[in-house]
Design a protein around this ligand. Structure first.
Ligand SMILES: [Zn+2]
Length: 271
């Protein structure tokens, strides 16, 4: 099957802050690690013609205007071209820097990670979630702390007004992040990135992808399977029961059916 790798543009009305959640695929595929280019060649057909910078330009937004880039995780189909965002602060999950430098052990080793992917002086790597839900402020300038939001154990209220949350969503890789965005008085959109790869998994019709590695061990697409199941059930509950009396629509990064059904909302339009 072919599938999209979606990125999302979010505007915070009160502060006029511009946020991008994920950067999709790099426009110039030759700028990826040579080994990764070989892998990508097996993903045929692939199109990176429209990347986040060019998609923003369609709506008259220069990528230099973006204030924040939230990186759900550092796999190649989500990191795009960070240098296209010279004024953005990058937000990534706990242990991202260690992961990029392959300091997280054999099972998490990936020869294609780029240690200098994110600009060191403009990146906020979130701290580990606290053992108790309500944490201390770790980012005084922005008043950020891990806190619970109903069934969501660890969320950061980005502007301290209950409109945009960064969500700890473990399972796929360490530090995987989601976002929860209020788009109307009675509606939230939950950006699930790679916490779930297909609507059939989300609907319970099938399980996470699994295969045998070269040592004959069964591995799955999620590095921490228990955590991935917990994250999945949290998202299923949100969509089923809503939040604060409002609907929650969960959107998966690679959901081609959602992309087709919602084509009319793509930038410069909006949900
Ligand atoms: Zn992905």
């Amino acid at each position: 099957m072919t599938m999209p790798s979606m990125a999302f543009f979010i505007e915070h009305p009160a502060t006029k802050s511009k946020i991008v959640f994920d950067l999709s695929i790099r426009k110039d595929l030759t700028k990826y690690h040579p080994g990764l280019q070989k892998h990508i060649a097996t993903r045929d057909p692939i199109s990176s013609e429209d990347d986040v910078k060019s998609a923003l330009a369609l709506g008259g937004c220069d990528s230099g205007e973006i204030d924040y880039v939230i990186v759900s995780h550092i796999h190649w189909d989500h990191v795009g071209t960070p240098s296209d965002f010279p004024n953005a602060t990058f937000i990534c999950g706990h242990n991202t820097d260690k992961l990029l430098n392959n300091q997280m052990g054999e099972d998490l080793y990936n020869p294609y990670y780029e240690p200098d992917l994110l600009p060191k002086d403009r990146t906020i790597e979130l701290p580990a979630v606290p053992s108790q839900a309500e944490g201390e402020v770790f980012e005084p300038e922005r008043g950020w702390r891990w806190q619970s939001k109903h069934d969501i154990p660890h969320a950061i209220d980005m502007f301290n007004d209950g409109s945009i949350y960064i969500i700890n969503s473990p399972g796929h890789v360490p530090g995987h992040l989601n976002a929860l965005v209020r788009v109307a008085a009675d509606k939230w959109v939950y950006l699930a990135a790679d916490a779930c790869h297909h609507a059939r998994i989300f609907n319970g019709e099938t399980d996470f992808g699994a295969w045998k590695d070269d040592k004959g061990r069964t591995i799955t697409i999620h590095k921490d399977l228990d955590a991935a199941y917990k994250t999945l059930s949290m998202m299923q509950r949100l969509q089923r029961e809503g939040l604060d009396g409002s609907l929650v629509e969960v959107v998966l990064a690679h959901d081609g059916e959602w992309q087709e059904k919602n084509a009319r909302f793509f930038f410069p339009n909006h949900i």
